[in-house]
Write a protein that binds this ligand. Sequence first.
Ligand code: IMP
Ligand code: MG
Length: 178
Amino acid sequence: MINDIKTVVLTEEEIKVIVKGIGEKITEDYKGKELVVVVILKGAMVFASVLIREIDLPLTIDCMVVSSYGKGTETSGVVKIIKDLNTSITGKHVLIIEDILDTGVTLSNLIELLNTRQPESIALCAMLDKPERRLCNVKLKYKGLSIPDEFIVGYGLDYDEKYRNLPYIGVLKEEIYK
Ligand code: IMP
Ligand code: MG
């Protein structure tokens, strides 16, 4: 797998430090409150599994599966809810955990949908941000790192469902997907 990576964006050690920092901020910001953590599968599963252990608050976890990408590296612009939440978020503080905020199409649609269920608050946390690519206005309350417009994999992020198990984050060589 390592031969398919052009450059490393974040090492395992760097990721650990970043995730710990985000967890501390969330713990501080939601002090005295209860959280519902919504993990967007599958991309955010690795990030979320580490992050929740850095949050020192009473919380529950629920998952959603949404899809906006096909096999390629560009969003299709259509967001499908493949698996909805199992629990009610009405009156709750909701924290969405995502792997990467790219065009924002997926998240803006998702936040709009979840807001109709009248949560007490709703905020977004993403490991990575590609601000250059934004098409929709989405507020990112917690973020690990802003990166340039390159296709990256690892730490939950995939290309064609592969590379999610890479323990670091790297830029995929163009010859793999071109
Ligand atoms: P958006 O709707 O364009 O913001 O798409 C967000 C989703 O696209 C993320 O949750 C990822 O699953 C996927 N995605 C966006 N950029 C990348 C990337 O560089 N590598 C892998 N997946 C990506
Ligand atoms: Mg994906």
